[in-house]
Design a protein around this ligand. Structure first.
Ligand SMILES: C=CC1=C(C)c2cc3[nH]c(cc4nc(cc5[nH]c(cc1n2)c(C)c5CCC(=O)O)C(CCC(=O)O)=C4C)c(C)c3C=C
Ligand SMILES: [Fe+2]
Ligand SMILES: [Fe+2]
Length: 347
């Protein structure tokens, strides 16, 4: 029997250093997130980062926490429940990190008789620290505990026309009544090195501003190419002008060079260039989370206004909006009927 496994990133159990620490430990000890050799990763994560970050992180989580729990988890659960109502197949939700494990979600599907699973990483773009680590973890769990289970993965849907349409329409709704003069597309950043590591040709991705416009098989796993494609397609759908739009990367960790331009620097640049009324959208995330609700909606607003901006709005993610659930329901139900996936054509 067919079934659907939705996977998002996950959150700590509560916004306290006690619960944030094991969550961050699992997250940052993932070799696809901090890709240093294990001995070095252990020193970096357990010897340095985890000494101070859990407290700082817990304070940030406390600012956005809801009565029902972490926004990312609550929103993902609402999305899952709505999807369940639109498909005959069993649907389960797991998180890559934290206590809502992928293994439990797979067990839930198995208990319902599912042996043919459509895995849906809840990320529009491919990065080894998001999409790839989910796929690898699911395959590890399959090998260890669910040997009879077949896994098919929904590819990154960053340029699927239905995704672009539903994302653009939700942005249009968010922009309604807000008199903006610029729209910033802020994506979660990744270290530049990860782009090169994920390049199957070993030579295409130069991160020099040109490679991403030249067709290549490398784009199937190039986060930078994919996010610029999303910006371009949404910009075209909404009829925005080139000079009204820019793309930047947020949430970097100290150390490595990460994808540029950095969102916090863009706030300053845009304000200084006279863009006074800024709308910020965050299309790397399908649901709002710490990185959108705290870093963009709260911190970002403060940074932009301090730099001289006059008005600022974070446009919410698609979350459990009905049109987005409908698109996902169509994708999974089509797969159930045809056993084929028509999601992201490769370039
Ligand atoms: C959009 C996909 C994501 C990518 C790619 C990604 C890469 C990445 N993240 C970190 C470090 C942290 N990210 C944190 C939070 C966080 N990250 C994503 C998504 C992607 N991360 C989400 C949805 C969230 C929010 C989770 C929530 O509970 O709301 C955090 C934790 C918070 C903090 O302490 O800042 C860290 C740490 C790295 C190093 C990385 C790529 C290498
Ligand atoms: Fe992250
Ligand atoms: Fe590129």
């Amino acid at each position: 029997m067919k079934g659907v496994l939705l996977v998002n990133l996950g959150s700590p159990d509560s916004p306290t250093p006690k619960d944030v620490k094991p969550y961050l430990d699992e997250f940052l000890m993932d070799e696809r997130v901090i890709d240093a050799p294990k001995w070095l990763r252990t020193i970096l994560v357990r010897g340095i980062i985890l000494q101070t970050r859990p407290k700082k992180s817990a304070e940030a989580y406390a600012k956005i926490w809801w009565e029902e729990g972490s926004p990312l988890i609550v929103i993902s659960e609402r999305f899952t429940n709505k999807l369940k109502a639109q498909t005959k197949m069993p649907v389960a939700l797991g998180m890559r990190y934290g206590t809502m494990t992928i293994k439990n979600a797979m067990q839930e599907l198995k208990d319902k008789g599912v042996d043919d699973v459509l895995l849906v990483p809840l990320y529009p773009h491919y990065a080894m620290s998001s999409f790839e680590t989910v796929v690898v973890k699911v395959l590890e769990e399959q090998e260890a505990s669910f040997p009879g289970m077949k896994i098919t993965t929904l590819p990154a849907f960053y340029k699927h026309p239905e995704f672009i349409k539903v994302l653009s329409e939700s942005i249009k709704d968010g922009l309604e009544g807000f008199d903006y003069d610029h729209v910033l597309f802020s994506y979660h950043g990744i270290p530049e090195r990860h782009i090169r590591k994920n390049d199957p040709t070993s030579f295409h991705c130069k991160i020099d501003g040109t490679c991403c416009n030249v067709n290549s098989v490398a784009h199937n796993t190039c986060y930078r190419h994919q996010v610029y494609d999303t910006t371009k397609m949404v910009k075209e759908y909404l009829g925005l002008q080139e000079e009204q739009v820019s793309t930047s990367f947020q949430s970097r960790l100290a150390g490595d060079p990460w994808l540029k331009p950095y969102t916090d620097y863009e706030f300053e640049r845009l304000a200084k260039e006279g863009k006074k009324k800024l709308a910020v959208i965050t299309p790397a995330f399908v649901s709002d989370c710490l990185e959108t609700l705290e870093e963009i909606a709260m911190e970002g607003k403060e940074q932009f206004l301090e730099a001289g901006g006059a008005d600022y709005k974070h446009i919410p993610c698609m979350n459990d909006n009905d049109a987005w659930v409908k698109v996902m329901a169509k994708w999974v139900n089509d797969w159930e009927e045809t056993n084929k996936l028509d999601v992201a054509p490769s370039t």
